[in-house]
Design a protein around this ligand. Structure first.
Ligand code: E4P
Length: 217
């Protein structure tokens, strides 16, 4: 499973990248706003840190404008994936941009039928939002499962990018279903390393190291 960081915080991206955990980054207008930085400038900096795909979202809603914005975004770096919303205009822009040879991430996906349309439009990534479905008492993970089945039934190569991940259990469940990629806030990715028995076991080992004076170097 590929790991993308869902953030525009360059320090957090650098930290995860240095740990060898990052395969890419996703941003969206809300994350850009949170960073307080210019979209072109911060996206360029992120692209310089990470080798893998960096999703940058268009601001327009009209297909031709989205295509124009997408063509500007891909000038930032060779690893930009243009993020477009799952609307008919977004699908049209997806087709045009992928025909140009660019990566496209179709975002704000909340149904299997929407994901089917994105695959037919040639999307590189489809982003189903797990947490936002859970927020309204629907089953976000069931959507991941449905999309996996449909894409496998027909051999679509669009990668399922499990998004709106809020917990470490979301990551595990998406991995069990076979999502190709997950994008999560840096805090969730780091929390995957935590287990109380690891902490307890390490405390006991450290006590014995001290008591026995064990030294390696
Ligand atoms: C994905 O690309 C989105 O940026 C993100 O996962 C949305 O997550 P949220 O629902 O926590 O805002």
């Amino acid at each position: 499973m590929k790991f993308f960081a869902d953030t525009a915080d360059v320090d957090a991206i650098r930290e995860l990248n240095d740990l060898g955990l990052l395969d890419g980054v996703t941003t969206n207008p809300s994350l850009i706003k949170k960073s307080g930085r210019d979209i072109l400038e911060v996206t360029k900096e992120i692209c310089e840190i990470v080798d893998g795909p960096v999703s940058a979202e268009v601001t327009a809603t009209d297909a031709n404008q989205m295509i124009a914005e997408g063509r500007k975004l891909v000038e930032i770096a060779g690893n930009i994936a243009v993020k477009v919303p799952l609307t008919l205009d977004g699908l049209k822009a997806c087709k045009a941009l992928t025909d140009d040879g660019h990566m496209v991430n179709v975002t704000l996906c909340f149904s299997a039928n929407q994901a089917l349309l994105a695959a037919k439009a040639g999307a590189t990534f489809i982003s189903p939002f797990i947490g936002r479905l859970d927020d309204i008492n629907m089953d976000g993970m069931e959507l991941i499962s449905e999309i996996r089945t449909i894409y496998d039934n027909y051999g679509y190569e669009t990668q399922i990018l499990a998004a709106s991940i809020r917990t470490v259990n979301h990551v595990k469940d998406a991995a069990l279903i076979g999502a190709d990629v997950m994008t999560a806030p840096p805090g969730v990715i780091k929390a995957m390393a935590n287990h109380p028995l690891t902490d307890k076991g390490l405390d006991a080992f450290l006590a014995d190291i001290k008591a026995a004076g064990i030294k390696i170097l």
